[in-house]
Write a protein that binds this ligand. Structure first.
Ligand code: HEC
Ligand code: HEC
Ligand code: HEC
Ligand code: HEC
Ligand code: HEC
Ligand code: HEC
Ligand code: HEC
Length: 405
């Protein structure tokens, strides 16, 4: 019914022109395949799995938002094998390489009550009387093989923690830890727009929260509630279950801060090193100080570009940085078309890890000199760029470039 017309994005624009064709494509059953491949959503089955969701009634009047959202991983942050069996793509037979090691005698498909993961790793939960617990292996969706759980999740499994204790606050909407119930078993409309009961009852006359009207920090907090690491100081949960969109995140959630010397969550200097810490990276950036929000770069409901970006990666930065930031000496050494803005300013912070790859939202150029000293990744020696040269080589090159002529 409505696109995101009627509000302005800082320094951006042109979003509406993107939404309409995409929504029409989605409604006509044309899957924007290329974009979804880019975003790594493996084997997406159009329309499946959202029928049971609490967001469906919203789609009756907001069809374009609903169509986009149905293709965004948010709408599949939790997979119910009963209603959406085709998304459980792992092989559960006896003749699977690697299967013996991780699977045999330990679990079967019939045990799976919930699954997470549409991008890289798919993890499974079994139902115990006191809550859902992780099964001890995961399925790599693109490599199509069983693997041990990523180290972080393996610890959760060993500790025997339940999904309610560790996961449900971010992979479902409106999770209530005491009752152990959710409003919706995925990241639905009301996760970002607040309670929808009155709006539904009044056929849309009672207003919903419009994040576009929030000041930038409040808007980023809507996303930061799940895209950050921290602790609820009252319940001790690692998610912000008491937060409501539009409120001050800090009132109900203590977002973890970087330590200068670094720790398991941050590299020395404060660059984030694990998944779902985008908000924490963003808070350190010139973009946050300059009044940007997450939706300056990501469409909230979805887009045809990877990671729901507002435009393709190569055009994203230069839309605002029309000069390309081309004054810096490092810029001058790289002809257009070789290294992209994101390669240097949003390098992957956990290369070679067993967890989903993430790019820093701090915008920091990861200095090879610091990489040499601390073992953190550098923007120069990534898998895509000069992987074969060491950090020492890169540090020397960058140092030479910075010498005044
Ligand atoms: C603080 C919020 C939060 C908590 C708590 C959380 N997650 Fe997530 N999870 C996310 C976000 C956000 C992503 C998307 C990746 C990113 O933002 O870097 C994600 C991604 C994932 C993925 C990758 C999905 C894919 O498509 O490849 C898996 C698997 C996953 N989480 C499992 C879990 C499990 C299991 C738990 C509980 C032990 C858990 N998560 C707890 C927010 C959370
Ligand atoms: C991940 C968070 C998120 C989810 C989930 C989400 N939205 Fe939104 N929505 C936003 C944000 C943020 C904006 C404002 C866009 C901006 O800031 O540029 C918005 C804008 C809108 C608008 C336009 C309001 C205006 O300000 O003009 C409508 C209508 C809307 N969303 C409906 C929906 C519906 C229906 C769903 C579920 C199918 C949904 N949204 C799911 C975050 C979300
Ligand atoms: C019966 C139709 C209908 C349903 C169902 C419906 N809406 Fe709306 N919605 C409207 C109308 C009408 C408006 C006001 C449109 C305008 O001002 O242009 C609106 C506006 C909005 C806005 C913009 C803020 C505002 O209040 O103007 C958001 C966000 C939104 N709806 C989200 C939702 C969500 C989330 C759901 C599901 C919980 C939902 N809507 C269900 C009809 C509906
Ligand atoms: C209720 C928790 C929650 C909220 C609120 C939330 N997210 Fe997410 N988000 C997730 C989870 C969980 C995933 C991972 C889903 C998966 O891959 O299974 C995710 C994935 C993503 C992705 C990855 C998309 C892709 O194609 O891989 C982007 C981008 C994203 N979120 C942006 C946002 C933005 C922007 C906002 C705020 C407007 C927001 N999220 C609000 C939980 C949340
Ligand atoms: C300056 C633009 C920009 C802003 C602002 C921004 N992002 Fe991103 N984001 C990107 C780009 C570029 C990527 C990488 C896309 C790719 O891999 O192709 C990305 C990737 C992601 C991913 C995928 C996992 C990862 O970390 O690489 C998530 C989730 C995400 N962003 C969420 C957010 C959230 C939440 C906010 C606000 C706190 C935010 N982003 C702000 C540009 C931005
Ligand atoms: C919506 C507009 C917008 C987009 C899109 C955008 N930027 Fe920015 N960028 C800004 C603003 C505003 C500032 C702050 C300018 C200032 O304060 O001088 C900034 C500042 C920066 C800085 C300066 C850092 C510093 O410490 O001074 C870097 C680097 C940067 N952006 C890189 C990027 C990259 C890389 C992308 C693409 C992933 C990008 N920007 C996308 C608007 C944008
Ligand atoms: C080869 C790596 C590399 C690439 C590619 C790159 N940058 Fe930079 N950029 C840097 C470094 C390093 C700095 C810091 C200046 C310095 O220390 O030399 C910087 C500084 C900046 C600044 C701060 C202001 C300034 O001019 O000094 C902005 C803005 C910026 N870059 C934007 C961009 C944009 C937009 C792109 C893509 C068109 C881009 N950068 C591509 C490495 C890179």
């Amino acid at each position: 019914m409505r696109g995101v017309r009627g509000h302005r994005r800082p320094l951006g624009g042109g979003v509406a022109r993107l939404i309409l064709p995409l929504a029409i494509a989605a409604l006509c059953g044309v899957t924007p395949a290329a974009g979804l491949m880019e975003s790594g959503v493996a084997r997406l089955t159009r329309g499946a799995g959202v029928a049971q969701s609490g967001s469906r009634p919203c789609g009756r009047c907001h069809s374009s938002e609903f169509a986009l959202w149905s293709q965004h991983p948010h709408s599949h942050a939790l997979i119910d094998p009963q209603t959406d069996p085709r998304r459980i793509t792992a092989r559960w037979g006896r003749r699977v390489p690697g299967w013996r090691e991780y699977v045999e005698g330990r679990f079967q498909r019939e045990q799976v009550v919930r699954a997470f993961g549409v991008g890289f790793y798919q993890v499974y939960f079994r139902a115990d009387p006191d809550g859902h617990r992780l099964l001890p292996a995961c399925w790599h969706l693109t490599e199509r093989r069983w693997l041990p759980l990523p180290a972080e999740l393996a610890r959760v499994e060993k500790e025997g923690a339940t999904w309610g204790e560790r996961c449900a606050g971010c992979h479902t909407t409106g999770y209530r830890p005491v009752e152990r119930t959710s409003d919706e078993l995925n990241v639905g409309c009301t996760a970002c727009h607040g309670d929808g009961a009155e709006h539904l009852a009044s056929e849309g006359r009672t207003p919903m929260l419009r994040p576009a009207l929030l000041e930038p920090k409040r808007s980023a907090e809507v996303c930061g509630a799940c895209h950050s690491r921290g602790i609820d100081p009252v319940t001790g949960a690692p998610y912000a279950a008491r937060f409501r969109p539009g409120a001050v995140l800090g009132d109900t959630f203590r977002v973890m801060a970087a330590t200068p010397e670094g720790d398991a969550w941050f590299w020395p200097g404060g660059v984030e090193r694990l998944p779902y810490m985008e908000y924490q990276g963003f808070l350190q950036s010139a973009h946050f100080r300059g009044g940007l929000r997450c939706t300056s770069c990501h469409l909230p409901h979805g887009s045809q570009y990877g990671k729901a970006l507002v435009r393709r990666t190569e055009e994203l930065c230069t839309e605002c940085h029309t000069g390309g930031g081309a004054r810096g000496p490092v810029h001058l050494r790289h002809p257009a078309g070789s290294a992209g803005c994101v390669d240097c300013h949003m390098a992957v912070v956990n290369p070679g890890s067993d967890w989903v790859p993430v790019r820093t939202h701090s915008l920091r150029f990861l200095e090879p000199k610091q990489a040499q000293a601390t073992g953190m990744p550098s923007s120069c020696t990534t898998a895509a760029c000069h992987a074969d040269r060491g950090a020492a080589w890169a540090a020397e090159v960058v140092r030479a470039w910075r010498q005044p002529p």
